[in-house]
Design a protein around this ligand. Structure first.
Ligand code: NAD
Length: 493
């Protein structure tokens, strides 16, 4: 279903239909979602909002496609062919996709093109190649001399729920392995960022999947709650906040619905005293402040040696105060607006809290620089002399706010890094790679970077420990999340 205008700045888009099982239908509840530009604060799109009736229809259609349709029964190479067609289309629509993401959630365009769109496209290609190597079936010699066939079968009807911050990347790393495994899917994008998902639905329609294989239902939390509690859902693949993840896990418990949860983080950068301050500051800028700080694995607790604290704080302060803040459509912009006024208020409240808690405000702390008179901006903000017990050091802020905490020695640094509810990512900065790897092994997180923030790689499993969730995406482990294993023992005829 065509858009009424590619650029949300020049025309309000109307998307009046939901993509249900391959067809565009009018929503059951007749309500719309207003998509508001975080930069102009103007409505840029009206999108059909799904309700429980649409969820029921989509799940019914996915159930039928899984139980009786061709998709789960196709040879893997045939599914690969279809997904490759999607990848080819996706490649062509990359500029449109990046524009939509910048429009709906305010990601600076340079970041949107690179990380929000080209990265998912590249990941799509890598996952398609990896599907050929995944062990869909193997034969093992049994203990009693018989052969055992181990089959990895599609897990069934999958609910995919994603947040607004990296909407395409987070969708692709679930949708593509789920499709390749032979699952059928109901995707629920967030109400803040539905436009990219609808463009993806356009492409899925063009690719020509069998009926029922994918539905795309923009909607809020109520739609997500109805979807995950639906008895015909076999697996929920969820990315979002830890609070919502807990609710999803609880809703899935009684039906024993399989879940994978990619949740929040409060990741530490352990800076050793041999690390060059300018290099560290440049690395932290890209690892922690890209996407205006709205990244789950951002390094937001910067742990520095007490005797060199000033060097690192000065270097970070120089970098953060020089970042270009402004219109996300401007290619030179490094920091754009936050996604919603609610998110801006939340971040501002944390900045006030940090000051009340006694942390020293070094740079930022204000909503907008003087040259911007609208939009949900927060200037990059640096706190120093903080304590790991402060709420600004313990809670996920999800904005461009970093907190520097001093440590006494390496053991103290590792203790502080681990003293967190979360376990998504971490990093160490040092010229001694062996020491870096030793420290990596001591920090309880699902991902870790040595002299960099964790870099997403399609070959490497991604996910969290502790309250950052469970399950892994990407790599072979990413396929494993969308299959169930069947063992077939073969006796003599
Ligand atoms: P959120 O939890 O409010 O919403 C995420 C999605 O879940 C949305 O689509 C929302 O409508 C839906 N939802 C909310 N409550 C639900 C419920 N009870 N049942 C079913 N669906 C529900 O999160 P957000 O504010 O959109 O996104 C930011 C959060 O996502 C941050 O905490 C961030 O760390 C996390 N995140 C994690 C990762 C990761 O890979 N670990 C990646 C990106 C973002």
């Amino acid at each position: 279903m065509a858009d009424s205008g590619r650029d949300g700045r020049s025309a309000v888009q109307n998307r009046e239909h939901l993509f249900v099982g391959g067809a565009w239908i009018r929503p059951g509840i007749g309500k719309t979602i207003e998509v508001v530009s975080p930069h102009t604060e103007c409505v840029v799109a009206q999108v059909a909002a799904a309700g429980p009736v649409d969820v029921d229809l989509a799940v019914r259609s996915a159930r039928a496609a899984f139980d009786r349709g061709p998709w789960p029964r196709l040879d893997i190479l045939d599914r690969v062919d279809v997904v490759r067609r999607l990848e080819t289309l996706y490649d062509k629509r990359r500029p449109d996709m990046a524009d939509l993401i910048t429009t709906e959630m305010g990601a600076p365009t340079t970041f949107a093109n690179r990380a929000q769109v080209s990265l998912p496209w590249m990941t799509m290609k890598a996952l398609i190649d990896a599907a050929a190597d995944f062990s869909w079936q193997e034969v093992r010699p049994g203990h009693y001399g018989q052969d055992i066939v181990i089959r990895r079968e599609p897990v069934g009807v999958v609910a995919i729920i994603v947040p607004w911050n990296m909407p395409q990347f987070l969708t692709v790393i679930k949708l593509i392995p789920a499709l390749l495994a032979g699952c059928t899917i109901v995707l629920k994008p967030s109400p803040e960022a539905p436009l990219d998902a609808l463009l993806l639905a356009d492409m899925l329609e063009e690719v020509g999947l069998p009926p029922g294989v994918v539905s795309v239902l923009p909607g809020g939390r109520d739609v997500g709650e109805h979807l995950v509690a639906h008895p015909d859902i076999d697996k929920v693949s969820f990315t979002g906040s830890t609070a919502a993840g807990r609710q999803v896990a609880a809703a899935c418990a009684s039906g024993l619905t399989r879940t994978s949860l990619e949740l929040g983080g409060k990741s530490a950068a352990i800076v050793l005293d041999d690390a060059d301050p300018e290099t560290v500051a440049a690395g932290i800028r890209s690892a922690s402040l890209s996407n205006s700080g709205q990244i789950c694995n951002a390094l937001t607790r910067i742990l520095v040696p007490a005797n060199r604290s000033r060097d690192y704080v000065d270097a970070l302060s120089t970098v953060m105060s020089s970042m270009r803040i402004g219109d996300p459509a401007d290619p030179s912009t490094e920091v754009g607006p936050l996604v919603t006024r609610r998110q801006q208020t939340r971040v501002r409240n944390y900045i006030e809290l940090g000051q009340r808690e006694g942390a020293r405000l070094i740079v930022g702390g204000t909503e907008r620089p003087s040259h911007i008179n609208r939009g949900w901006y927060v200037c990059p903000t640096l706190f120093a002399d903080a304590d790991n017990g402060m709420r600004i050091a313990r809670e996920e802020i999800f904005g461009p706010v970093l907190t520097v905490i001093s440590y006494r020695d390496v053991d103290d640094a590792v203790t502080i890094a681990n003293d967190s509810e979360y376990g998504l990512a971490g990093s160490v900065w040092t010229s001694d790679i062996d020491l870096g790897l030793t420290i990596a092994a001591r920090v309880r997180t699902g991902t870790f970077g040595v002299n960099q923030g964790y870099t997403m790689d399609p070959a490497a499993p991604f996910g969290g420990m502790k309250s950052s969730g469970y399950g892994r995406e990407l790599g072979h482990e990413g396929f494993a999340g969308f299959v169930d294993t069947k063992s077939i023992s073969i006796g003599k005829p």
